[in-house]
Design a protein around this ligand. Structure first.
Ligand code: URA
Length: 435
């Protein structure tokens, strides 16, 4: 088999065989195929697309390109949850304890933030002492004993996806349905859970800017999951404005804890309960997702889910006192305010612009090697549909450098549109696929 023939075949609109896809993935991961040939094939795939069979084959080849996680030592149905990435998305910190409190074993591997989107591992590391790496045996033991463990993805899972994703990132080949779906699902399938709940974001702060594209991605991922024998549900949700009010690691931990205390913003609470409800249903603790949602609500308002979060923090070496004392979390040296230039209704708050502004505060990273300022970020004092007076504070930005904050304020300004007409509040949960 020859890489040039494979590139030419796809360039001319041909369908690649499982063997050809396997040859590319294995050869590229091992370093036998150079970047220029891999990039040429990715661009051919970008334009000519892949059909379902090719997409399943690509997912499989990447899934088995490294270690896979064996969760069979954990009792019960393991349900994973994944978000395609957003701004202010701290739902894992909430729905994982909610589902765990309802008897779903949570053995979760999460990612770090990149670009304008955040990641759960960074948020957890804002909790003093919290360890996001555990040996496999300790990981399984913790889930069996405490019902929940959340760690960073190990380096040995889906190495082919890591290499291909990094190349896509610099060759204009990220935004292809098959490439995105196979990238996400290869990691989810390698992570070993029995069922998967996907939160597929759509809007300005997401890969998929419109609902139709997000639904297409969601259904493709559900089909990949089902073909691999895993029940998979995709919840398509709005990411036109940031989720909740807090963007940035320490700030999001506080908002997640407040939500588990019953004081969360309406959107975060609604989405977390919805996702947890589906997780509880897929984990066979409820007959329907609506019943699962009711159970999640009880776990929220009884304090059981907050207690689970406390257990998670304690078991992974974190200081559980943060739950009562937010001063124990990293806090920023400086803050700056962004005020409304005119009176009116908040017509839109562009999630991507807020994500970029948050990156400027120091809360996000440009490249994988960058470190993040755990105390930095943005607190939004308003949501779309709210009324603002001239000069009213729309957002407070936090960070450790006045220069960075000034640049971040400039970016954040671009996010807000203020109009005279009261806009419709955007619908948060747009579609549920695969239920
Ligand atoms: N997230 C991934 O892991 N892969 C993609 O291709 C896009 C988003």
């Amino acid at each position: 088999m020859n890489m040039n023939d494979i590139i030419v075949k796809k360039r001319d609109g041909g369908k690649l065989t499982t063997e050809e896809i396997g040859f590319f993935v294995k050869g590229y991961a091992q370093g036998d195929i150079p970047d220029y040939q891999a990039a040429a094939l990715l661009m051919a795939i970008y334009f000519q697309k892949m059909d379902k069979e090719e997409t399943f084959a690509l997912t499989d080849a990447m899934r088995y390109s490294g270690d896979t996680v064996d969760l069979s030592g954990i009792f019960g149905i393991k349900v994973d949850k994944h978000s395609t990435g957003g701004v202010g998305d701290k739902t894992t910190l909430i729905c994982a304890p909610l589902a765990a409190a309802c008897g779903i074993p949570i053995a979760k591997m999460s990612g770090r933030g990149l670009g304008f989107t955040g990641g759960t591992v960074d948020k957890l590391e804002a909790i003093p002492g919290f360890q996001t790496t555990l040996e496999p045996a300790a990981f399984l033991k913790q889930v069996n004993e405490a019902g929940i463990a959340v760690i960073g993805q190990t380096a040995h899972i889906t190495p082919a996806d890591k290499k291909i994703y990094a190349l896509r990132d610099v060759t204009g080949t990220v935004e292809n349905l098959s490439l995105i779906a196979s990238s996400i699902m290869s990691k989810k399938l390698a992570a070993g859970s029995d069922a998967i709940v996907l939160d597929v974001k759509c809007g300005s702060g997401a890969f998929m800017e419109n609902q139709a594209a997000a639904e297409e991605l969601g259904s493709l991922m559900c089909e990949i999951g089902s073909a691999a024998g895993k029940k998979t549900v995709a919840v398509v949700t709005d990411m036109n404005q940031p989720l909740g009010h807090a963007v940035g690691n320490s700030l999001e931990v506080i908002e997640a804890i407040e939500t588990l205390k019953g004081n969360g913003p309406a959107d975060i609470t609604e989405l977390s309960l919805k996702l947890a409800g589906v997780m509880i249903f897929l984990g066979a603790r409820a007959k329907t997702s609506a019943e699962g949602e009711m159970m999640a609500k009880q776990a929220l308002y009884s304090g059981a889910a907050l207690a689970k979060l406390k257990t998670l923090i304690t078991r992974q070496g974190g200081n559980p006192a943060v739950i009562e004392d937010y001063d124990l979390l990293p806090s920023a040296a400086y803050s700056m305010e962004l005020t409304a230039p005119e009176a009116g209704f908040i017509t839109s708050i562009d999630a991507r612009a807020i994500g970029i502004a948050s990156q400027h505060t120091g809360a996000g990273r440009q490249s994988k090697e960058d470190s993040v300022d755990l105390a930095a970020g943005i607190y939004l004092h308003c949501k779309v549909g709210d009324k603002a007076a001239k000069g009213e504070v729309l957002a407070t930005l936090y960070g450790s450098s006045k220069g960075k904050l000034a640049a971040a304020v400039k970016e954040a300004e671009k996010a807000f549109v203020i109009g005279k007409e009261k806009p419709e509040r955007p619908e948060l949960i747009k579609e549920i696929l695969g239920l």
